[in-house]
Design a binder for this molecule. Sequence first.
Ligand SMILES: Nc1ncnc2c1ncn2[C@@H]1O[C@H](COP(=O)(O)OP(=O)(O)OP(=O)(O)O)[C@@H](O)[C@H]1O
Length: 264
Amino acid sequence: MSAQPLLDVRDLKVHFRTRGRTVRAVDGVSFDIAPGEVLGLVGESGCGKSTVGRALTQLERATAGQALFEGQDILSMSRRQFLPLRRHIQMIFQDPYASLNPRLTVAQTLSEPLFIHKIARSRKDAQARIAETLDLVGLGPEAMTRYPHEFSGGQRQRIGIARVMILEPKLVIADEAVSALDVSIQAQVLNLIKKLQRDSGMAMLFISHDLGVVRHISDRVAVMSAGKIVETGDKSAIFEAPQDAYTRRLLDSIPRIMPLKETS
Ligand SMILES: Nc1ncnc2c1ncn2[C@@H]1O[C@H](COP(=O)(O)OP(=O)(O)OP(=O)(O)O)[C@@H](O)[C@H]1O
């Protein structure tokens, strides 16, 4: 760990009030992520993983707590204050089709964030960045004029990843980024994410219910259950010597789509 974490989440709570009942989706979660580090956030469905990611990108309002990004609390910022930081905190979603506008070509999809964040100096600069980013994610320049429905699920996720990478973010929150893909495609996209992470040096919060996937990509792992983190540790410690009873049960019970053996 470097001295100053990139992200320092302290006692984050996200409670929802529904039909007179309070759902404590996230109930006092603390963790940090160093620059360039990948933290896997794992746990069973409904334990609050997605809500953590959504709160960190202001898609959900936090009930309490702090999330210091380079020392600044993003949870207390207005949307306007948050916008300049938003470039550096990007999200990859589970369903690339739902998160891509079907009416926009790939070039339009990728130019949008460039202009929102005032990154491209000119149309020519934008085109060059788009072509370069498509190449990074394994798509050719011919993809630019095509629409999302013309691509397979794996290719659509590559477009979603390109839309994130074009901003050169410091932190990417990947929420079940490969879960919706065919098993045969999952490893390819996972390896792509890992390569991009390593090459760019970005940090990542990698949210998944799939322990095999988390083991493959993470440096450290946080295990979540019922709105709380029950155990955090280096990947090898979590997988080889889990301390918490819940972690042990999770390791025994979750069906593994990917082999637990590390592949790189
Ligand atoms: N907007 C909301 N209003 C009310 N309850 C919500 C809302 N969003 C999430 N919840 C509840 O909060 C809990 C945590 O949900 P969350 O989606 O964060 O879990 P998860 O671990 O990501 O699970 P999954 O992988 O199935 O999405 C669940 O009980 C869910 O029903």
